[in-house]
Design a protein around this ligand. Structure first.
Ligand code: ADP
Ligand code: MG
Length: 604
């Protein structure tokens, strides 16, 4: 019985199967391989999925849902035709449709699937994806990261030994950047990064708003139907610009035909912010993998938005590296998922490639002061097992109590809470009783926590499985909404909050050593904030700001973006003119950073 591969996309979904030595795309009832990830319900409770549903986005927007992958694993509810639907349920309808198409095509029942997800999906999101599979009637054999799937497909199509490559996956709703190392028969994801709120849809929105502005239409006043129609024509206009010099965006508004001609420059002007945001995940992936652009042999372009010539030019202009554009970029992930399904079936003709993944996020526990103490750092190869020693913090403490978190925020509670663990300890002066906490994380996203009190050998064990996450959906949602509440702490005066979030975003980009340093500085600042003495806070703020400026300067994290801002749409003209200069400046020189630490900046 065949295992199928599925790319469950934000915008489009695809299904593949390994057949006769190759991964094969399975067409839907329209003979197309892309099925829009859109679900619509009619008055009688009938469900439409795909192309028809996408049309109903305009005719029946109130009964139609799209882009729900963005909300997988959250408490978002879609109210369609008098019933509530979770993002999991809506995804399940899409999966069910793909399953039917595959069964029709293969003339057999299909019960197993490999489903791809963005690499930075957290446990709740992976769990939600598996739940969707179960609802659709699948045994979800394996969840694989989209960049691993893309790299696998690329290796099958264009085998290259010993290459380090970057997978730039720019779809409809997400941007996923990964550094991948291929050697022998191993595909190793070195680091992953992304922005799950950046994709082709943002271009559509930006162009729609630009259109309204030029036509003196108040976008906020528009009905859902009107908005959907304008966004739809913006998308068509954008897609046409991928192959034409000009494209007319036409909208019927209040019985009037409104028209605006776009060329690439105007499109870039409308969406300048989007281009700007593309660089951050690239930098983050390079820093996370401890590599520079010089180490990258090829950039594999994946996702429908990479069909835009301006995106390709932009990457070439800023990365000074040739980009690889393989066939149809929006089918690569699905082809990889199908290849992986073949490997799972142990088909003889397939080269038995080993996929290794990395842990896409940091896993740790909360410690005194509310900081996150990482046990498994982000970007560790999987499976991984690491432990840390933690001690009591008050005299006569009778219990060690840890919350387990996943995420990159230095303040523990700003991350996703996965569970908690408690251990009784004998009464003793603070710091005497110690426990060893071991995290073991495997390729399927199962986290095992083993805790042991050193003096008594008392143990506690917890398995956090993404399928049967021991937290109920409600608990996850509660945690998420309480995180929202935390962000609006009244104590957070604007400047202070700004510095903290600056520190947090630097932290998210930083390597281990720099993270410790930033965490230390953040603790000092928070200490003074807690004292609530305005004078002291002012002093601490100056110190904190100086430190952040220094770190930022060293990391040059925002340089490219500043540069971008100074000439806005001008980059496009330059990019078209310039010769490719392959000497990429080494921007985050590790040695320089080490010297900086040696100079004594670590001491406070
Ligand atoms: P996802 O992975 O999010 O499901 P896809 O990889 O299918 O998405 O990409 C969908 C996005 O690609 C949409 O925003 C769509 O408008 C865009 N797209 C598809 N074809 C083109 C094209 N020819 N030119 C520009 N954008 C395109
Ligand atoms: Mg995709």
């Amino acid at each position: 019985m065949a295992i199928i591969g599925i790319d469950l996309g934000t915008t489009n979904s695809l299904v593949t199967v390994w057949k006769d030595g190759a991964s094969e795309l399975i067409p839907n009832a329209f003979g197309e391989v892309l099925t829009p990830s859109v679900v619509s319900i009619d008055e009688n409770g009938g469900v439409y999925v795909g192309k028809i549903a996408r049309e109903r986005l305009i005719s029946h927007p109130e009964n139609t849902a799209s882009v729900f992958k963005r909300f997988m694993g959250t408490d978002k509810v879609y109210h369609l035709a008098e019933r509530d639907y979770t993002p999991q349920e809506l995804s399940a309808y899409v999966l069910k449709k793909l399953k039917e198409d595959a069964e029709k095509y293969l003339q057999e029942t299909v019960t197993e699937a490999v489903i791809s997800v963005p690499a930075y999906f957290n446990n709740a999101q992976r769990d939600a994806t598996k739940q969707a599979g179960v609802l659709a009637g699948f045994k979800v054999d394996r969840i694989i990261n989209e960049p691993s799937a893309a790299a696998l497909a690329c290796q099958q199509l264009y085998p290259e030994e010993d290459v380090m490559e970057m997978v730039f996956d720019f779809g409809g709703g997400t941007l996923d950047v990964s550094v991948v190392d291929c050697f022998d028969n191993v595909i190793n994801v070195v680091s992953v990064s992304g922005d799950n709120h950046l994709g082709g849809y943002d271009f559509d929105m930006a162009m729609a708003k630009y259109f309204c502005e030029k036509q003196k239409i108040d976008y906020r006043e528009l009905s859902r139907n009107e908005r959907a129609a304008i966004i739809k024509s913006a998308e068509l206009c954008k897609q046409e610009l991928s192959t034409a010099e000009h494209s007319d965006m036409v909208v019927n508004y209040n019985g009037e035909k409104k028209e605006l001609t776009f060329d690439t420059e105007k499109m870039i002007e409308a969406s300048a912010g989007i281009f700007q945001r593309m660089l951050k995940p690239i930098k983050q992936a390079l820093i996370g993998g401890d590599v520079t652009m010089d180490d990258i042999r090829r950039i594999i372009l994946v996702g429908g938005s990479c069909k835009m010539p301006s995106v390709r030019l932009y990457l070439q202009h800023f990365l000074k590296k040739e980009v690889v554009f393989l066939g149809s970029p929006d089918t690569i992930v699905a082809l990889g998922a199908g290849t992986y399904a073949g490997i799972k079936e142990r088909k003889a003709e397939i080269k038995d490639m080993l996929l290794t993944d990395v842990c896409p996020f940091t896993l740790g526990v909360d410690i005194v002061g509310g900081s996150l103490s990482p046990i498994i750092e982000r970007n560790n190869a999987l499976p991984v097992s690491r432990s840390g020693i933690y001690q009591t913090v008050s005299d006569g403490q009778e219990e060690l109590h840890f919350h387990i978190y996943q995420g990159e925020a230095p303040v523990a509670s700003h991350n996703v809470l996965l569970g908690e663990i408690k251990l009784p300890v004998p009464k003793a002066p603070k710091g005497v009783e110690k426990a060893d906490i071991r995290f073991t994380y495997d390729i399927n996203g199962i986290l095992e926590v083993d805790a042991k009190v050193l003096s008594t050998d008392e143990t506690a064990h917890l398995v956090i499985v993404d399928e049967k996450n021991h937290m109920s959906e409600q608990q996850v949602n509660e945690a998420l909404s309480s995180m929202q509440a935390l962000k609006q702490h009244p104590r957070d005066k604007e400047e202070n909050a700004y510095l903290i979030s600056r520190c947090e975003s630097l932290y998210a980009l930083a390597g281990i050593q720099l993270r410790e340093f930033l965490l230390h500085e953040l603790e000092i600042f928070q200490y003074w904030l807690d004292r609530q003495d305005e004078m002291k806070i002012k002093k601490a703020r100056n110190r904190f700001k100086t430190v952040l400026d220094l770190v930022e300067d060293k990391m040059k994290v925002f340089n490219m973006e500043d540069e971008f801002e100074s000439f806005s749409a001008g980059w496009y003209k330059e990019a078209k003119k310039e010769e490719l200069d392959l000497d990429m400046e080494d921007e985050w020189d590790e040695e320089e950073l080490k010297d900086w630490f040696k100079e004594g900046h670590m001491t406070s």
